[in-house]
Ligand binder design. Structure first.
Ligand SMILES: *[C@@H]1O[C@H](CO)[C@@H](O)[C@H](O)[C@H]1NC(C)=O
Ligand SMILES: *[C@@H]1O[C@H](CO)[C@@H](O)[C@H](O)[C@H]1NC(C)=O
Ligand SMILES: *[C@@H]1O[C@H](CO)[C@@H](O)[C@H](O)[C@H]1NC(C)=O
Ligand SMILES: *[C@@H]1O[C@H](CO)[C@@H](O)[C@H](O)[C@H]1NC(C)=O
Ligand SMILES: *[C@@H]1O[C@H](CO)[C@@H](O)[C@H](O)[C@H]1NC(C)=O
Ligand SMILES: *[C@@H]1O[C@H](CO)[C@@H](O)[C@H](O)[C@H]1NC(C)=O
Ligand SMILES: *[C@@H]1O[C@H](CO)[C@@H](O)[C@H](O)[C@H]1NC(C)=O
Ligand SMILES: *[C@@H]1O[C@H](CO)[C@@H](O)[C@H](O)[C@H]1NC(C)=O
Ligand SMILES: *[C@@H]1O[C@H](CO)[C@@H](O)[C@H](O)[C@H]1NC(C)=O
Ligand SMILES: *[C@@H]1O[C@H](CO)[C@@H](O)[C@H](O)[C@H]1NC(C)=O
Length: 314
């Protein structure tokens, strides 16, 4: 009897300890496997990095993975919830079978400013169902952005911007539309440099504070609804040579929040409206160069008292 109880206690202790240790062990192994599929490039292109250094170099079994550089775990569950390997001199590819995709509890993943050797963005990225922040900018991905990205309906920020190197990353018109329609929590969207070659759809998250679609091959007319996004602080639609637009005639709804407006090289072919100066009172940067604007510069621009950068040439 006593023997049986003791066995039971031993069994229970064993179960409990293996339950609490297992997630850590799995995560540690997944992270080390991921590390080992990539190499450190001593001459990495780190133009966008203030202080590049290889975060994975110090990863080893002597410490719990939750204390590794770039890794953050949930205090209660112990799951890895953040992985920041931006500017880490990483080079190699992230295949669909990568152990990275076993970290299913990730809420933030930043792999920006590395060199993934022009490989594709795996559709597996769309399975991180808890993800709020996905940052893959300037990392030499190429090919079509998988439509599975629009499954990440909890995303607050999505940064996929790329170096303007011949538009190797593409997003289909269809996927662009779904992305905007499905990601209703987005605060920040940066797709600059990606070949979208589409008109701008009408559905935008009303939470958006930053929208950057510079040099994406967008065409057609800018929907006026963009100027009325109530929380918008930064809008960059510049360098889309086949895009045209009109300034809203009535009050802009985003006018009080807008801090940075870059519409350079967008074809407005109209007069610069007097209303601009009355409404956009928070503006610190206004770029309307090469906009094909006509007529006199309105006196109201003198009301933009916070302005630090004002480009109206051509
Ligand atoms: C990472 O890349 C930078 C820039 O090319 C370089 O200065 C640095 O030495 C590299 N670090 C390592 C550990 O290779
Ligand atoms: C393991 O990591 C620790 C802390 O990052 C470091 O001090 C130690 O040198 C590493 N050990 C090996 C064998 O790399
Ligand atoms: C993962 O896939 C790549 C290419 O598809 C292959 O070369 C590699 O051996 C695979 N790795 C594992 C661990 O299965
Ligand atoms: C990226 O890595 C590939 C090899 O994987 C190399 O050919 C290429 O020059 C690297 N690009 C940069 C910008 O370092
Ligand atoms: C939109 O998101 C949901 C999950 O939140 C997903 O089931 C659905 O397939 C997504 N739609 C598209 C077109 O990606
Ligand atoms: C963008 O992609 C389309 C095909 O999807 C292609 O026809 C076009 O040439 C690309 N634009 C640029 C600038 O590469
Ligand atoms: C915008 O999205 C809503 C659902 O979120 C949909 O009912 C509506 O038709 C969409 N509008 C456009 C123009 O796509
Ligand atoms: C501006 O905002 C007000 C109040 O939030 C709203 O009723 C109105 O429809 C908005 N105007 C436009 C053009 O979006
Ligand atoms: C700009 O738009 C005007 C009017 O829509 C058009 O006549 C003109 O050709 C456009 N310019 C360019 C460079 O596309
Ligand atoms: C804006 O500027 C105009 C002319 O420069 C001036 O008459 C007007 O009072 C100003 N409006 C505001 C709201 O500051």
């Amino acid at each position: 009897m006593g023997y049986a109880v003791m066995l039971l206690i031993v069994f229970l202790c064993h179960e409990v300890s293996s339950i609490s240790i297992l997630p850590h062990k799995h995560q540690t192994i997944s992270l080390l496997k991921f590390k080992n599929t990539l190499t450190i490039d001593p001459s990495a292109d780190t133009y966008y990095c203030p202080k590049p250094y290889p975060k994975t170099s110090s990863w080893n079994m002597s410490r719990d993975c939750c204390s590794w550089d770039g890794v953050v775990c949930d205090d209660i569950t112990g799951h890895v919830i953040e992985l920041d390997l931006s500017c880490s001199n990483l080079t190699g590819t992230i295949d669909s079978n990568s152990s990275l995709f076993q970290l299913s509890h990730l809420q933030k993943l930043d792999l920006s400013s590395n060199n993934f050797s022009n490989s594709h963005i795996s559709p597996e990225f769309g399975k991180f169902s808890s993800l709020k922040h996905l940052h893959l900018s300037y990392s030499y991905f190429s090919g079509q952005i998988p439509s599975e990205i629009s499954h990440l309906s909890k995303l607050h920020s999505l940064r996929l911007s790329t170096i303007y190197d011949g538009k190797k990353l593409r997003l289909t018109t269809h996927d662009f539309k779904w992305l905007l329609q499905n990601l209703t929590q987005l605060r920040e969207l940066d797709l600059s440099g990606i070949n979208i070659s589409s008109t701008i759809p009408l559905n935008f998250s009303s939470h958006l504070t930053t929208l950057k679609l510079k040099f994406t091959g967008l065409y057609g007319i800018i929907p006026e609804s963009i100027f009325h996004l109530p929380n918008l602080e930064t809008l960059d639609l510049s360098s889309n040579y086949e895009l045209g637009g009109y300034f809203p005639k009535t009050k802009w709804n985003s006018s009080a929040s807008l801090i940075e407006l870059d519409l350079s090289l967008v074809n407005f072919s109209c007069n610069l409206l007097e209303s601009l100066g009355y409404h956009l009172t928070s503006l610190r940067s206004l770029d309307l160069a090469y906009c094909n604007l006509r007529g006199p510069i309105p006196e109201s621009l003198s009301n933009l008292t916070r302005i630090e950068y004002l480009y109206l040439y051509r």
